[in-house]
Every structure is written in C-alpha cells, then in structure tokens.
Design a protein around this ligand. Structure first.
Ligand SMILES: C[S@@+](CC[C@H](N)C(=O)[O-])C[C@H]1O[C@@H](n2cnc3c(N)ncnc32)[C@H](O)[C@@H]1O
Length: 291
C-alpha cells in the first residue's frame, strides 16, 4: 500500500480557513493518506484533537500507521458522522474538512477498478463490505437506468449509445473488468473522444456505486449541525454536481442565519499548484462558519 505522500490539495487555504481554535476538536472526514491531517496536526497545539474518517479500509490502515495515536482514525462513511461522534461522546466540533472523491492511491490501484486504463475487476467500492459494485450495475441495470447515470453523473453526451451497447454486449458475456467495459465503449465512441468519454463514464459509475451525492448531503448537513458556534466547515469538491450540493446547502443554512459563508465564490487552485499537483485541477473549495 503506497500513498506516496501526494501533496494535499489547496492545503494552505484549508489550514487558514479551518483551524481557528488551536486547542479545538477537528474532524478530517476523508483522511485518505493523511496529507491534510498531517498539516492540521502541525498547526494544532498538543491539547487539540483530530479525528480521521475514511470508508476505505486501506486508507484507515495506512493513516493509522502514519499517525499512531496522534489521530483517532475510524473506518466509517462520513454519512454516519453523527452516530460516530455520539459513540465517542463528542457533542460539538470546532472544524471539519471534506476532501471528496478518490485519492491517487485508489486510482492507481488496479484492483479497486476505478481506472479505465488499468485492468481490474469493475469494483469501485470505497467500502468493501457493501454489496453494490460497478460490475453489478453494468450487468443488471436496464438501459434507461444506465443512460440516466452516464448522463447525470457523467454529463456524457453519448450516454444512450453507450448504455445500449453495454446491454447488447452483456447478453453474450458478463462484463467483468475495466478493460472489457472500455472496449465496449470504444465500439461506439469515436477514438478522438474516447479518453474523455471513458473518464466520464467511469466517474459516473463510481458516483452511483458509492451513492456519493446522497451521502454528501447527509454528511454536510450533519457536520453543520455538529459544529460549535464559530466552528468551521471546509469542503473541496471535484465535480460540478457535488459543488452545487455544497453551495445549495450552505445557501439554505445561511438564509436561516445558521452559518456565515466565507467563500462567496469557490476558491480554486493557482496555476502553479495545478502544475505541481494535477489532481487539483478541478478542485473547488467552499467554507462556512457556524453562527
Ligand atoms: C481525495 S481523497 C482524500 C485525500 C486526503 N485529503 C489526503 O490529503 O491524503 C478522498 C478520500 O475520501 C474517502 N471517501 C470518499 N467518500 C467517502 C465517504 N462517503 N465516507 C468516508 N470516506 C470517503 C475515499 O476513500 C478517499 O480515501
């Protein structure tokens, strides 16, 4: 398991916006390889507390090794944040970070099935204990359902054509691997667009497998309710639908005078950061403070 200590995205902005009370209690809701957590820890006083969450067991094992007892780390979906904190007898937090999506480690690890360019079983689950995986979706959802997923989550213009071809091909043989799926999509999409189309279709499947839009709504809402007065939430998203969800929830809470929005427009990485850290290119950061 090699996280290679990738640069955390927009890290200086995160530190600046998130950590105000240096002795407070913070949550990294997507700890991954711990890039952001490392820097948060450096900023906190020894009296400060950091709790890390990830749905992926590999991330939990890696980060536990990295941080030892300096961070309390749990394998948990952030949609279960309230229950987790209640079990820990923590009723209020001073800050929470969501750095959504997948880590470079997850993309690079062929076994996880996230990457169209690496041969692996079509899996895409963050949490290996859940039933639904990408293989089930491509072999069982009907044409209309597949079209809808590719169109809405992938914003893919050839959605219908791709869904139709998947349904036609799976009658001969089940579609088990990333490369089988890429080949099927390649049958109906021009070579000129193929990489972008594959990226969109694979992303759409990942979002459906992990129900990412639903868990995001629940996670952000719970987090806002758990924040102490003056506590901060920072969310980095990589997909326009995710960003819209965050924007709309913040708007609703701010209209009810429950939070103050700290980022009128989302913060995006500078060109120099994108050059050194290409993963950051679609990142959008929004932050808010509890009133
Ligand atoms: C972009 S990575 C985080 C990288 C991390 N900030 C770092 O600096 O190393 C996103 C992580 O969030 C996890 N994740 C995604 N959705 C999740 C969810 N609903 N609940 C818990 N973890 C989730 C993924 O497994 C992945 O490890």
């Amino acid at each position: 398991m090699n996280y290679e200590f990738h640069n955390p995205v927009l890290v200086e902005k995160v530190l600046d916006l998130l950590v105000k009370d240096l002795g407070g209690t913070y949550v990294d809701a997507t700890i991954g390889g711990g890039g952001h957590s490392e820097r948060i820890l450096q900023k906190l006083l020894p009296t400060g507390k950091l709790i890390g969450i990830d749905a992926d067991e590999d991330a939990v094992i890696f980060s536990r090794k990295r941080f030892g007892d300096r961070v309390l780390i749990f394998r948990c979906n952030f949609s279960n944040l309230s229950d987790l904190l209640s079990d820990l007898k923590i009723s209020r937090i001073d800050g929470i970070l969501f750095d959504l999506g997948i880590s470079s480690y997850q993309i690079d690890n062929a076994e996880k099935g996230f990457s169209f360019s690496k041969e692996g079983i079509l899996d895409m689950r963050f949490d290996k204990n859940q039933f639904l995986n990408a293989r089930y979706i491509v072999n069982n959802y009907n044409e209309a359902e597949l079209t809808q997923i590719f169109r809405i989550y992938g914003e893919e213009k050839f959605s219908r054509r791709i869904a139709k071809e998947i349904v036609r091909q799976r009658k001969f043989n089940p579609i088990n691997t990333t490369t089988e799926l890429s080949g099927i999509i390649g049958n109906v999409v021009n070579k000129r667009f193929i990489n972008k189309t594959l990226a969109r279709v694979f992303q759409a499947l990942r979002i459906e497998v992990n129900k990412e839009m639903d868990v995001l709504k629940k996670g952000i809402t719970d987090a806002l309710n758990l924040l102490r007065s003056n506590g901060r939430i920072v969310v980095i998203s990589y997909h326009s639908l995710e960003d819209r969800i965050v924007k709309n929830i913040f708007k609703t809470y701010s209209q009810q005078n429950l939070i103050k929005i700290l980022t009128k427009k989302p913060i995006v990485p500078e060109k120099s950061e994108i050059q050194t850290n290409p993963r950051s290119r679609s990142a959008k950061l929004r932050a808010a403070e509890k009133i």
